[in-house]
Design a protein around this ligand. Structure first.
Ligand code: ADP
Length: 598
């Protein structure tokens, strides 16, 4: 998929794949017995309710003329009992279906979230995160109405319709036929608007997604927005997106509004025909109709159109839900490009030999980032990557954890191709500290323990001490139990780095990857940290990306990465002696730091 952003609509499917409805049925099926119970209850209630007009017809045509008070009283009490039964049945239906609807939504939401957890980095690289959130929250919620009431109402309304037609036929076949003439008219309306209505709801969901993407992006970037005083521009963009969403919604809902009045109109036309012809037949010399039958029949007409109205409403919400379902299942079906091979084995306990064998890699087709990379690292060695920004250093270390699949070549750890072992067994033996030191909401203790959920408090504290984080943590109001917000907004960049450093170490990894680990740490802490680290790196293979060359001077090998390849490699001294790119880089930092330039 091409990269998407907040002002780019997603591609709309032309025809609806009915497989999606079948899949939805899969979520509904565990509740089918309960739903069948509700349907039976509702049908019994409506069958009984349908007796009421017949009761009135009896009262009008027989019991009143016969002055039979006893029968009138009995029938009235029966009517009251039916009303009570219907009320109880309705309450049971609402309660049961709300629980079922929410349970189904819960299951769909879990599936989509679990799948999101497995999707590779590339999935998240390709689209705004707000567009992902809207699927998990808003789209899934939008199915609520359909699932809570839609399905049961549709089945009961369809059955009701059949009951009503039977009762109408019992009253008078000719009047029933007049009513049924309205149905083809309604079918014409549905066929006419169906396609446009579906497209309108698809567009609406796209606009909602765009708006959400922009909201998420704006909240994440609020500090930059305010520092560059971009509030007005952002408000303008937001207002445009919100306006498009409003317009799309109005266009879509316009079609929904067409259905109700169309049903009412057709109902009014057929009802007036029923009255005109019914009265004629009553007044005809050979009176083929009684007043009681006409009154009973007109009561049925109301009930005949009521389920049709609800069915039309259901049809509207089905079309709306379909546009959301497409997106929901699209996410659940998103291929997990980085996943265990079918015959993947468990990575044995890692010793730490790493080899890149002719590795090529590109994020986007045709745009190669790494070109035939080869190097071998022996167990326990420290390899450092340096080079200009955008050279591919982070990409190389991301490939070691298999966050992306290589285009060609192999990455071997202790001789095992990492694409042939399970991702879990590979990653649990690695400690990765990424450039973005993400902090989760919770305590500092929780954040460090993220690296190894089994770790005891003492181990967490020991890891923090090693990376010199202990002092600043102890000074916080609740020490290790201080609550921090998502992204760690109350921590300095350096403190965040130290916490994620401790997190990476806690897993006691055999391979340690530190991407710009010390870039925000002051020189004093760095010197302390370096001491702890030197101890800690012993016996572990480590890969370090650092801009400050002082951090990696002691590495076993330094690789200068540029233009998709490794231009130079060797120890610090060897590279300086070569007087190549590394030498230039070192000298430029040295110059920069020298007193003359201070
Ligand atoms: P370095 O760590 O050396 O600064 P990176 O490995 O992060 O460089 O990036 C190497 C190149 O790959 C850059 O040109 C960058 O624009 C590109 N790149 C990095 N991440 C992605 C991504 N997720 N999608 C597409 N291109 C990317």
């Amino acid at each position: 998929m091409a990269r998407n952003k907040y002002d780019m609509d997603e591609i709309l499917e032309d025809s609806f794949d009915t497989k999606q409805l079948k899949r939805l049925a899969g979520y509904v099926s565990p509740y089918k017995t309960k739903m069948a119970g509700v349907i039976v209850l509702m049908l019994s209630s409506s069958a009984l309710t349908m007796m009421v007009p017949i009761f009135f017809q009896r009262i009008m045509d027989f019991y009143i003329p016969d002055k039979n008070m006893e029968k009138i009283l009995t029938v009235s009490l029966l009517t009251l009992a039916i009303a009570c039964y219907s009320a109880v049945a309705m309450r049971f239906k609402i309660k049961t279906m709300s629980v079922i609807g929410q349970s189904i939504i819960h299951a769909i939401r879990n599936d989509i979230f679990n799948h999101l957890q497995e999707l590779p980095f590339s999935y998240y690289d390709d689209r705004p995160h707000g567009k992902i959130q809207v699927r998990v929250v808003n789209y899934v919620n939008s199915l609520s109405d359909l699932l809570s009431n839609g399905i049961v109402n549709t089945v009961t309304d369809l059955c009701n319709l059949i009951f009503i037609i039977i009762f109408m036929l019992i009253c008078d076949a000719r009047l029933t036929l007049i009513c049924l003439c309205g149905l083809p008219l309604l079918a014409v309306v549905i066929v006419f608007i169906k396609r446009k209505q579906r497209r309108a709801w698809q567009i609406q969901s796209n606009k909602q997604s765009n708006l959400n993407a922009y909201i998420a992006e704006s909240i994440n970037g609020i500090r930059v927005t305010q520092s560059f005083v971009r509030e007005n521009e952002n408000t303008h963009i937001f207002s445009n997106l919100s306006g498009s969403y409003r317009n799309a919604w109005m266009r879509a809902v316009k079609f929904n509004f067409t259905m109700g009045p169309s049903v009412d109109m057709i109902s009014a036309i057929t009802t007036s025909f029923v009255y005109v012809l019914g009265i004629r037949w009553i007044l005809a010399p050979d009176a083929t109709l009684t007043v009681g039958i006409l009154i009973a029949f007109t009561a049925y007409i109301g009930r005949f159109w009521a389920p049709i109205n609800t069915l039309a409403g259901f049809y509207n919400s089905l079309l709306t839900a379909i546009s959301y379902l497409e997106r929901i299942f699209e996410t659940i079906d998103e291929p997990v490009l980085v996943q265990d091979a079918k015959d993947a084995s468990v990575m044995p306990s890692i010793r730490g030999d790493v080899e890149f064998r002719d590795v090529c890699f590109s994020y986007e087709e045709g745009h190669r980032i790494l070109d035939h990379i080869n190097f071998t690292v022996s167990q326990g060695q420290t390899y450092a990557f340096v080079g200009p920004t955008g050279a591919g250093k982070s990409t190389i270390v991301n490939l070691i954890s298999r966050f992306y699949n290589v285009d060609s070549g192999q990455i071997l750890i202790d001789g095992n191709d990492i694409s042939t072992v399970t991702i879990r067994s590979l990653r649990t033996q690695m400690g990765v500290m990424m450039q973005d030191s993400f902090i989760f909401s919770g305590t500092i203790m929780d954040n460090i323990r993220y690296g190894n959920k089994e770790a005891a408090d003492e181990q967490v504290i020991a890891a923090a001490k090693t990376v010199c984080a202990h002092d600043f943590i102890s000074q916080m109001e609740n020490g290790y139990h201080t609550e921090v917000n998502e992204r760690g907004s109350r921590l300095s960049a350096g403190q965040r780095q130290l916490i994620s450093f401790a997190r990476a170490l806690l897993a006691d990894p055999k391979i340690l990857i530190l991407d710009e680990a010390t870039s925000s740490i002051d020189t004093e802490t760095e010197i302390l940290l370096q001491k702890g680290l030197n101890e800690l790196l012993k016996g572990r293979t480590s890969f370090i990306i650092a801009h400050r060359l002082s951090t990696i001077k002691n590495a076993d090998c330094i690789m200068y990465v540029d233009q998709g390849g490794i231009l130079e490699h060797g120890t610090h001294e060897e590279l300086l002696a070569q007087k190549g790119a590394y030498y230039e880089l070192y000298m430029s930092q040295f110059d920069f730091l020298s007193p003359a330039n201070a």
